[in-house]
Design a binder for this molecule. Structure first.
Ligand SMILES: *[C@@H]1O[C@H](CO)[C@@H](O)[C@H](O)[C@H]1NC(C)=O
Length: 375
């Protein structure tokens, strides 16, 4: 512990960590276009409300989302699981669909993950739980479905956490905290593996005393390929400092709730991050930070989460509160509805690919003109 905090102190003060991100520049031309998700495609969006988040995808490309009390298949409009009325602590915040069609459902309020069967029965409650977790708020799963990574936060304390859960033997899950305190990380939120599962990415937002968001960053940590956990002494590296990206409006980034929320990666290393109060999604290439694009949204305001869905996994589905489409409507009304946008993208998402192929893309994927080609 002492060693790792000393090491992170050195990292924090090393000019190298900021120099890496200096040349990031966001392309603000409308290279990607967001469309309103139609209520025919997503009948389940209608009543989800302001707490919508935790998007996941199934192997057929159907998209699921959660709100505080419901797990919903957005494409069918079926609520698969509902928290019991007496469970006042329930706060669903994340979901991941397995190859079997079962769904891992993250309950931040009860600090546990449940397993829900295809037809909505609770098959494990808890599936995995840990009283030391701050939440979990979001989670990501390895392609072999044996390793789960979870993030949580405590807003008031300006704190976050990251955890590993080994779930190859569901009867005996193993737990390991990946320390974020003393490593320059504050409120962690979005969490994702890179396409080849060499690294774990996590977002960090820092509050000022006056509750503005004074730092919005993404960090990564290398995983030991044998254990799929960070090796002893491994520390977080700064990947992208959004305040240092040219082309993003600096003043706006300093507003309250300017958090990176959900983030998901495609099989070629394009990470799509939701910037909550900026009302935008940012695509950044994890292999080349100069390759960054800002994407405006169509109907979603305050995007919380996103995932690649659709038949070939190339429709990025973004959820959040609705934009005020009627300027006369009271803010209150519009801000309690959930909306969904679709952004057509070039390459399928990592999670979709893993569900389809049961494997990581590895070097087998070559960038084609518009689609990845598997060799
Ligand atoms: C959550 O979603 C369900 C199903 O759509 C809905 O009935 C419920 O009102 C929503 N909760 C909130 C707080 O919006």
């Amino acid at each position: 512990m002492y060693f790792s905090s000393l090491l992170s102190l050195v990292l924090l003060t090393a000019p190298l960590t900021t120099a890496r991100t200096l040349h990031a520049r966001a392309d603000t031309r409308d290279l990607y276009k967001a469309y309103a998700g139609s209520s025919k495609t997503y009948p389940g969006i209608t009543h989800m409300g302001a707490s919508i988040e935790g998007v996941s995808v199934s192997s057929s490309g159907e998209v699921y989302a959660v709100n505080q009390t419901h797990l919903m298949n957005l494409n069918t409009g079926t609520a698969l699981h509902t928290a019991s009325k007496s469970d006042t602590k329930a706060y669903f915040a994340s979901s991941r669909v397995l190859r079997s069609g079962e769904i891992l459902l993250g309950d931040a309020g009860n600090k546990k993950v449940l397993k829900i069967s295809k037809d909505g029965k609770v098959s494990a409650d808890p599936f995995v739980a840990n009283g030391k977790w701050l939440q979990p708020n979001d989670m990501t799963l390895s392609a072999d479905e044996k390793h789960l990574y979870l993030s949580g936060m405590n807003w008031g304390e300006n704190l976050g956490d990251a955890w590993y859960a080994g779930i190859s033997d569901p009867k005996k899950p193993s737990h390991q905290q990946i320390p974020t305190k003393n490593a320059g990380l504050y409120r962690t939120n979005g969490i994702e593996l890179d396409a080849n599962e060499w690294k774990l990415y996590i977002t960090s937002a820092q509050n000022s005393e006056s509750k503005n968001t004074i730092a919005t960053k993404v960090y990564s940590i290398f995983l030991n390929p044998e254990t799929m956990k960070p090796a002893d002494g491994e520390t977080w590296n700064l990947e992208l400092d959004f305040h240092a990206v040219d082309g993003l409006e600096k003043q706006k980034l300093l507003a309250a709730d300017m958090d990176l929320d959900g983030m998901r990666i495609d099989i070629m290393g394009n990470m799509f991050s939701t910037l909550n109060a900026y009302n935008r999604v940012v695509r950044w290439n994890v292999n080349d930070k100069t390759d960054t694009t800002v994407i405006k949204l169509a109907t979603v305001e305050r995007p919380t989460n996103l995932e690649f869905g659709g038949k070939d996994g190339t429709t990025l589905v973004v959820v959040g509160k609705c934009k005020k489409n009627n300027p006369d409507a009271s803010e209150e009304v519009e801000k309690t509805r959930a909306c969904v946008d679709e952004i057509p993208v070039e390459f399928p998402g990592r999670a979709f690919y893993a569900l389809k192929h049961g494997a990581k893309p590895n070097e087998k994927c070559k960038a084609g003109k518009r689609r990845a080609r598997m060799v």
